[in-house]
Design a protein around this ligand. Sequence first.
Ligand SMILES: [Zn+2]
Length: 341
Amino acid sequence: MKNKINEIKKRALEEIGKAKTFEAVEALRVKYSGRKSELTNVLRGLKDLSPKERKEIGELSNHTKQIIESELDKKELKIKNEELSHIDKKEKIDVTYPGKKTAKGHLHPLTQVRYAIEAIFKSMGFLVVEDREVEDEFHNFDAMNMPRNHPARDMQDTFWLKNGCVPRTHTSSVQARFMEKNKPPFRIISLGRVYRNENTDATHESNFHQTEGLIVDKSGKVTVANAKSIISEFMKGLFGESTKIRLRPSYFPFVEPGFEFDASCPYCKGEGCRICKKTGWIELGGAGMVNQNVFTSVGFNEDKYEGFAFGFGIERLAMIKYGIDDIRLFHAGDLRFLQQF
Ligand SMILES: [Zn+2]
């Protein structure tokens, strides 16, 4: 029986030595150390032996089993290490090698300016509101004191849709919708795309962005002076602390009195340069005390409230901020332009 066990051990170690794969090692494990192994079969004859021999053979077979199992484990580890070293060679990583720079996207210059505008107004307690881009005639025109046949409608060349709606010509329509649902006091800004049926050139686009602001409170609480200081704070926030503003009388149907406002040129600080056409001032937008007709059209009692409204083009602000001389660049999708911001 001893010989038989030693013979099994010899054969097992030989076969383990030759095994080259996990599968082969696993098959040998079954053959030499499993419950149905040759060694187990031999031990079935133990019952015919004397107690002394039984002890001796028992110890020998246990020892042999341990040796075989330890050899199987060693072999398995060896195969694993060989596979890993193989992977190492194929996928070698040199941690000292300089990394590849991945291209990173960034926000469009108009979005950057839009976020800057929002941040400045939010810091002054304004709420940012949004609404639909396709508007009905009432909210785009009538509510803004521009009833049908009002000559002011000609100031805004409009795309008309077959159903009588319009791609909004200004973001004032957002203010009309807000006032229908909210009672003063409030201060809001609305930002977004607007559409005009215009030929495009360096300073005109048929699709551009506006920001409009509106402050409404009980009569006597909103004055031109308040509004001027808000516009002034905004311009300082965007173009720098030394920026000055001025108001010039003008006409817009939704305000009375109306103004246009200019900011001192951020490039020449008022000295006169190419950007400001030698005037030292840059025309930026329109403003004024809200016309009472606007309030009545959204259901506010006449003369109960007063308000100040202002608006400007986001492209125009971005052009001045970054010194861009052609509005068409914003929508051209030219990476050479966009990568500069
Ligand atoms: Zn200038």
